[in-house]
Design a protein around this ligand. Structure first.
Ligand code: NAD
Length: 368
């Protein structure tokens, strides 16, 4: 059997810096765990525009479609702010998401004990938190027609349409149930079935998918406004939350703030299963290219490293090795290693990007 394939797109700004640390970790897994990937690397974003005049070439797009998973750093930067919209760095990322049809966006909210004081909530509410929000990404209010600003009875009216087909709900529900099977086997579906027909359909379809194919997973339903309240009241009650595009946009940002720094947050976007059973997948940190610190060795590589851990778990079925990597990150933080974004008033010298990567490798070594 050939090795699983991974396309790495470091991108712009701090993207290449944090990705260099992921490369060390990929090499460690090859050397020490016999987990070998066929890794290729290419351009996306501003660096692709500089070389090819486009933020994503057709060749790289085709490569992304053919590999088992794509790992992306970040795109964008002030040098590209004045470019035409059609060739802006972000267009490269949007094209990847659209053409790979990545309909399920996964945002974990995981709070490492050592960082619990970074949250705006009390330590005991967030310490040890580990939840996953699955947001539908390609339909709903951000895409539904009709949309626009129209003239009506002598005044303007702004219209967006919340629209979901059964098959769109079905596939994102399956993605959530499949994930739950790799976690604590609990899904909470959130909508507004009390006031929206699209919410009634959402609830019916999620329940039907559950009853037909996932009876081993516990399913509950919650109105999305209550969901927002519960996320700040008692977030540890959840395992996997599945919700639509608009509510997911809000709820995943709320959940992100439970855990502290942007430099810690990974994400994944998944599409339909390919012939080999693996979903189309793009893994990336939530943060951007951070032009204010690019090139200074200050970036925290953990968000990108945890994105690779997600790839191990959700694309390559290596949940045990993902846990090993997450455990190494947890150990390093517990040992007090801090990149600049994780420094609080106590002072001291922050770890550089590569020092953080090296500390995680050392912790991986200790895990053997
Ligand atoms: P940003 O996420 O790049 O930075 C926001 C703040 O967080 C900055 O102060 C930055 O220094 C800090 N930060 C971010 N990641 C960090 C890390 N790993 N370690 C330490 N500190 C970190 O968001 P922004 O400043 O709004 O955007 C900068 C550029 O990135 C823009 O061109 C924007 O379009 C682009 N962007 C890209 C993506 C993406 O590639 N997915 C996402 C968001 C923004």
């Amino acid at each position: 059997m050939s090795n699983p394939s991974l396309l790495i797109l470091p991108g712009d700004g701090i993207g290449p810096e944090v990705m260099a640390e992921v490369r060390k970790i990929i090499d460690w897994f090859a050397d020490r765990r016999d987990l070998v990937f066929d890794v290729s690397e290419d351009l996306v974003g501003g660096c692709s525009y500089d070389k090819h005049g486009t933020p994503l070439t057709d060749e790289v797009m085709a490569k992304a479609q053919s590999v088992d998973a794509v790992l992306l750093g970040a795109v964008g930067g002030p040098a590209y702010d004045d470019l035409d919209f059609s060739v802006k760095p972000e267009r490269g990322l949007l094209r990847l998401r659209k053409e790979m049809d990545l309909f399920a966006n996964l945002r974990p909210a995981q709070c490492f004990d050592a960082l619990a004081d970074f949250s705006s909530l009390k330590r005991d509410i967030v310490a040890g938190l580990d939840i996953m929000i699955v947001r539908e990404l390609t339909s709903g209010s951000y895409f539904g027609e009709p949309r626009g600003i129209f003239e009506e009875n002598g005044e303007r009216v702004g219209i967006n349409t919340q629209r979901y087909t059964e098959s769109e709900i079905d596939r994102v529900a399956r993605a959530a149930f499949d994930l739950a099977r790799k976690r604590d086997k609990r899904v909470c579906s959130m909508e507004k079935a009390n006031v929206m027909e699209s919410g009634i359909l959402w609830r019916e379809v999620v329940q039907a998918v559950h009853d037909a194919d996932y009876p081993d997973v516990e399913l509950t339903h919650m109105y999305a406004d209550n969901g927002g309240m519960q996320l700040v009241r008692n977030p540890k009650q959840f395992d996997v939350i599945v919700t639509d595009n608009l509510f997911g946009d809000l709820l995943s940002d709320v959940a992100a703030m439970l855990t502290g720094s942007l430099g810690m947050l990974p994400s994944a976007s998944l599409g339909a299963p390919m012939d080999n059973g693996r979903p189309k997948a793009l893994y990336e940190p939530v943060h951007g290219s951070a032009p204010d610190i690019a090139g200074e060795g200050k970036a925290n590589p953990i968000a990108c490293i945890l994105s690779f851990a997600m790839a191990l778990r959700y694309s390559f079925d290596k949940g045990d090795e993902a846990a090993r990597l997450e455990g190494a990150v947890e150990q390093v933080l517990a040992d007090g290693v801090r990149s600049a974004d994780l420094m609080q008033a106590e002072g001291g010298k922050p770890a550089s990007t590569s020092e953080m990567g090296d500390a995680i490798i050392a912790a991986l070594e200790n895990s053997l």
